[in-house]
Design a protein around this ligand. Sequence first.
Ligand code: E4P
Length: 222
Amino acid sequence: MKLIIDDGNIENIKEIYEYFEVDGVTTNPSILAKQGKNPKNVLKEIREFIKDDELHIQVLSNKASDIEKEARIIVKEFGENTFIKIPSNKEGFKAMRNLVKEGINVTATAIYSPMQAFLAMKAGAKYVAPYVNRIDNLGYDGLYTVKKIQNIIDTNGFDTEILAASFKNSNQALSLIEYGIGALTCSADVIRKFVDDRNVDKAVDDFAKDFEKLDNIKKTMI
Ligand code: E4P
């Protein structure tokens, strides 16, 4: 299962890469706008740092033909392991089908229902990205929706994988890690919450205090 960083802040990305085994970065227009810099430069900085890992970049165009043009430019600029995030609506499905035929990696995004995911799978998307927390906020069950999508993949033998997105806490992520899906993308803030060092630090501190009772204590075990 892949763990991807849903963030555009290069310092956050560097920190998460330093401490954890992660597989790439996802972005969206809001994430890039938040950086307050030229989005192309932000993406270039990310690509340079993550080297050949997955980089997911969302198109802004709405019409299929414009999405296709935008996608080709993005892939030319950011390389092969770039996934074009395309909203899963009618124009989006049309663009996905054409881009997949050209060998471009597609991440079908803004998925709120299993039927949308099914259409994206049929269109040949490599990933479908259901929005867990946003589905919850609509009064539906985001985790249940993801599990239903995984069942569609398993029972029909689709090659598409789930890239679950929109997490607000580590418990939502854990539920899907236990279930087993293709990938999760979480902000640096949520990934930091995967582990609470305070409990570990307390235990380590207690061990050290016990050890200090020995004569001739050293700072290392041997
Ligand atoms: C990823 O594909 C989405 O852009 C992102 O996870 C949405 O997350 P949000 O609901 O926290 O904005």
